[in-house]
Design a protein. Structure first.
Length: 302
């Protein structure tokens, strides 16, 4: 079966497999199939991105709702290796920013620079091969756990040792070995059901294997149980280390790990600063924290 999965994966065109690997999830592809993404020009993409990001005067409306600016004159500079938490109310534009960074849509105006080069001048496949996204609720395709981790790697199948190393770092190796078939355990609709935390750790292993320079983390809003939460957080810390990370963050424990917090509201950057600074100076941020606190029953980080 593994061979079947592999050959069907290989049969996917380069274009689609690129997207799938970037996303690490097939279902999201279908929500963006009808987007306005225009293939970028091919030029001298740096072989290895440093992960420096500049977002300049970015404005964007979705093609289906041209009158509604999802992002409006958004400006932000992110240094290589910096961890940025995007926080804000629902509909503020956080996911939209991630979609534009991944090149899924073209801005109405403004631009994104990666290592000083406009995203539109770079080869998107090259850029995406150096990015990874860990989604809120990662979906696993029907296949073995091994294939679900290994599929993410651009440019060929990784070795068993590489897959296991990534799974260990993601705190997934032990639970995988607890299944009778270990890495050959089938998952997905017709396979074993994994808990939310286990799925997240598989997605983290996938992302680790890609070794991306830029990581986008869309944090789940629903809380995991204590032990699973700790294992996921621990794995995420390893994944984020030394990578430019943009977290769409909902929990204080995550927000507090960020170097800088960006408060987004109605498509604009409302506030920018450290968690501590914003807690002192921004009444909007304080309200946001209070709302999250009461909704999700998590403790406020000091
Ligand atoms: P949440 O925290 O709920 O995920 P968000 O901050 O990520 O919210 P976005 O999903 O970026 O917010 O949405 C920003 C705006 O764009 C909202 O007004 C939303 O309704 C709109 N929007 C998002 N996705 C689409 C889409 N595919 N088509 C049209 N409008 C969209």
């Amino acid at each position: 079966y593994a061979a079947m999965v592999a050959s069907s994966a290989e049969a996917v065109s380069g274009f689609w497999s690129d997207w799938m690997r970037t996303l690490g999830a097939t279902d999201r592809i279908f929500s963006i199939i009808d987007d306005s993404s225009v293939p970028a020009k091919v030029s001298q993409t740096p072989l290895c991105l440093q992960g420096h990001i500049v977002i300049e005067h970015l404005s964007f409306s979705y093609p289906q709702r041209p009158q509604n600016l999802a992002l409006s004159n958004f400006n932000l500079t992110i240094q290589p290796g910096e961890k940025i938490a995007l926080v804000g109310p629902s509909g503020a534009g956080k996911s939209t920013l991630a979609n534009l960074l991944l090149g899924f849509y073209q801005p109405n105006s403004g631009r994104i620079l990666l290592d000083g080069q406009p995203l539109t001048a770079l080869n998107l496949a090259d850029v995406r091969s150096q990015m990874a996204i860990v989604e809120q609720e990662p979906s696993l395709f029907w296949g073995s756990l091994y294939d679900n981790i290994a599929f993410a790697v651009p440019g060929g199948r990784p070795s068993q040792a590489e897959v296991e190393a990534a799974a260990r770092q993601a705190n997934a190796h032990d639970f995988i070995l607890n299944f009778p078939d270990g890495y050959h355990t089938m998952v997905g609709d017709r396979g074993v059901q994994l808990s939310g935390g286990q799925k997240q750790r598989i997605a983290i292993a996938r992302a680790l294997l890609r070794n991306p320079r830029i990581l986008i983390l869309d944090e789940a809003t629903s809380a995991l149980d204590g032990e699973s939460e700790n294992l996921v957080q621990d794995a995420l810390e390893r994944l984020m280390a030394e990578r430019t990370t943009i977290m769409i963050a909902h929990r204080f424990s995550t927000i507090a790990k960020a170097d800088k917090v960006v408060v987004v509201d109605q498509g604009t950057l409302l506030e920018f600063g450290s968690h501590q600074e914003l807690r002192r100076t921004s009444s909007f941020y304080q309200r946001l924290l209070q709302n999250q606190h009461s909704e999700r029953q998590v403790s406020l980080c000091s």
